[in-house]
Design a protein around this ligand. Structure first.
Ligand SMILES: C[S@@+](CC[C@H](N)C(=O)[O-])C[C@H]1O[C@@H](n2cnc3c(N)ncnc32)[C@H](O)[C@@H]1O
Length: 299
């Protein structure tokens, strides 16, 4: 039984890290004219309503994307991501009593783009997307949010993303990226995520494969396990990008940070991601123990 709902967490610090990196990877893939494919194994519902009861219950987006947007802090490496947020939340005429005053426009953060929505906004007419989602409530919402059927670039799979990924690689279009972003509801997901990455790299050696994982305080943390296993993946270059909004020992809720493992990173990604995370860090930091890092993972 799947109980995780990303609606409670959309737009939090982990999404800022993951989605900034995803947008940069997709932008780099667009630098060549040849089309590419983007595969999302755990797609979620695509677009999240930040005015929903779920989003307000945890308020995680207030500490993540809302803080970043209201800070006004920008840098070129954040532009692809922030541009998507603006596209989804267009400026609207200000109402009486709002700041700025009536007659001017105001941008209100109401909707958050999940990974499928970011890809849909960034990809070109000849690029392709494959979205997989197992949850029976999330899947129809994903299709609806992505205008299922109307956008010929997208193929939807209502299935297990680990098993589905193995079935669709190598794709007919041999350039591309994969995002493996499980909910880690069961600890088996850590092993499955890296096994899935390994299987992709065996069949499709040139793919850029991203695996997101959380950093949790206490015994639930799997960072050491993930890094040990990731080192053994067979690919020439691996990056790990991390964002911690506080130190592990600082008081707070369970997830104090997260990382994205990126196998076969696109050219220039390390520098861009470093710029982006250094810009984001002082805005999202909860304590002095906050830090960010983008490093090469040696075999
Ligand atoms: C962290 S959320 C995905 C968020 C999304 N990738 C994004 O960045 O916007 C994880 C999603 O995986 C779904 N899920 C859980 N187990 C799955 C599985 N075995 N296969 C596919 N989807 C699964 C959950 O229902 C949830 O929607």
């Amino acid at each position: 039984m799947l109980s995780y709902r990303h609606s409670f967490h959309a737009g939090n610090h982990a999404d800022v890290l993951k989605h900034t990196a995803l947008c940069l990877v997709l932008e780099y893939l667009k630098k060549k004219d040849r089309p590419f494919v983007y595969i999302d194994t755990h797609a979620g519902r695509g677009i999240y309503d930040l005015t929903s009861r779920e989003a307000e219950k945890t308020g995680e987006f207030h500490e993540g994307i809302e803080k970043l947007l209201t800070s006004g802090v920008r840098c070129p490496a954040l532009e692809p991501y922030l541009g998507c947020l603006e596209a989804l939340n267009p400026a609207e005429p200000a109402k009486r009593g709002q700041d700025p005053s009536e007659g001017e426009t105001v941008r209100i953060l109401r909707r958050y783009p999940g990974s499928p929505a970011l890809a849909r906004l960034l990809l070109r007419p000849d690029d392709r997307m494959i979205f997989m989602e197992l949850h029976s409530n999330e899947f129809p919402e994903l299709r609806k949010a992505m205008e299922g059927g109307k956008d010929h670039r997208i193929t939807f799979h209502h299935r297990d993303g680990f098993e589905g990924l193995n079935a669709v690689v190598p794709p007919a279009i041999r350039r591309g990226a994969v995002l493996i972003d499980p909910s880690y509801e069961t600890t088996g997901d850590y092993q499955k995520a890296l096994d899935a990455a390994g299987a992709v790299l065996r069949k499709w050696a040139g793919a850029t494969v991203m695996v997101w994982y959380p950093h949790l305080s206490g015994e639930k943390d799997h960072t050491v396990f993930m890094l040990e296993k990731a080192r053994k993946l067979n690919c020439p270059e691996k990056l790990v990008a991390s964002l911690w909004i506080q130190a592990p020992q600082d008081p707070g809720d369970g997830m104090y940070g997260s990382s994205l493992l990126i196998c076969n990173p696109t050219y220039g990604l390390k520098n861009s991601l470093e710029d982006a995370l250094r810009t984001v860090l002082p805005v999202l930091a909860r304590t002095d123990g906050a830090k960010c890092m983008v490093r090469n993972l040696e075999d």
